[in-house]
Design a binder for this molecule. Sequence first.
Ligand code: NAD
Length: 463
Amino acid sequence: MSKLNYTPVDEIDKIHAELSNTFKSGKVQPIAYRKYVLLQLGYLLKDNVSKFEEVLMADLGKPKVEVTLTEIGPSISEIKDTYSNVEKWAKPEKPGFSINYTPMRRVIYKQGKGIVLIISPFNYPINMSFGPIASAIAAGNTVVFKPSEQTPATSSLFAELFAKYVDPSVICVVNGGVAETSKLLEHPWGHILFTGSGRVGRIIASAAGKTLTPVTLELGGKSPVFVDPKCDLSMAARRIFWGKNLNAGQSCVAPDYILVPKDFQNKFIEALKAANDAFYPTPEAEANSIGRLVSPQAYKRLSNLLKSTKGTIAFGGRLDEATKYIQPTVVRDVSFDDPLMSEELFGPVLPIVPVDDIDEVIKFVNAHDHPLALYVFSQDNEVKTKIINSTQSGAICMNETMTHVGAEGLPFGGVGPSGSGHHNGKFGFDTFTHTRASLDPPGWLDMILSSRYPPYTDKKLKS
Ligand code: NAD
């Protein structure tokens, strides 16, 4: 395992002061400068693809195809989109016509909030960081970026490359764990964007409360999938099984568990098995297409949950502690109170919970934390509409998993326990932007406004 050099805690005050001064100096104000930094972020990724492949393999056993598909590709797309739109997004806005206020020359200015803090999780170290960083820069902020200590090779590479590609007084990487993050959180920030678990999200929110720092929380949870018998079965199985096993199941929006009508369970499992056999025709194909769990603790947690299930393994189930490998595994006849239903699984284990009908699905989903994503596989519009209208979740996707993250034009975020606020493209730009109201009324308006000035006589009430 690579060694990660933590930023000394006693340097953190200095870093905060330096990046605050850069913001105040106006260096990141000109759009041309913001675009230059966005370009540099793009080149940082583009020039170093093979280095990123190497470190993501070391930290997470991430296959190269996944690095392109889920890390570098979407990050470069978002940087490009931000680069192309920053002028338009940052332009002052004029509100629509109002008989009373148009003469007062109303303007909404878009300004950076100051120095912002971006704290990232381990699972998609690039994807969960570069979009928010690009948005924060486009909005005219300076950025302290705190990547995860659980991916030491990748976080070391970030420290090296950011210092090479971007002025460290504009974007500064702070590496570390709890002590370093706690020190960062003592400071006030223009904004904090935190991506990670609900447990740590609560710590971040309460620390931010002390400094009145606005926070965006991108959290996790159990994202359910409802499979309606009226669906394209093999497509459903393919898309669910792909979403489940991507990044070895360590995705915040991974399909966590399946709700399926009792008499449809067998057919659905057959379709999942067919998807499994097509994706992983040989043991080598399987081993090379599935990442590894991030740490021995993560492996132990999930393998213990799997060992304690009262459900039956339909297929898969092979565990290898030495390599932190868990084979894609489907568990059938899982009950609502099974250990596998007790927490976010975050690994390639898919429990199937048989249900009576769609009403039981809605009741179960509504009795638990609002998920980050809710997936519905159905060709029946009434089923889709009923679920949309009677549940809450960060996002709801029909006949697809995962792909909504980063889809152009869509916000990405949770609701309630799965998070608050959002980012992605313009939504990210707005998150890091202060929309500053302004009026500039001309002097001649006082002819009309004279009645607002004292003395307050009854005559003025009538005018
Ligand atoms: P985590 O909450 O353990 O860590 C996230 C970050 O918080 C890391 O940078 C870590 O150093 C820091 N941290 C950890 N303990 C801290 C403490 N006590 N005080 C201050 N900072 C602390 O999350 P993780 O294990 O890296 O990621 C997995 C979780 O993240 C899952 O729950 C997953 O669903 C969620 N997630 C959410 C999204 C999203 O966009 N909503 C995306 C990816 C992951």
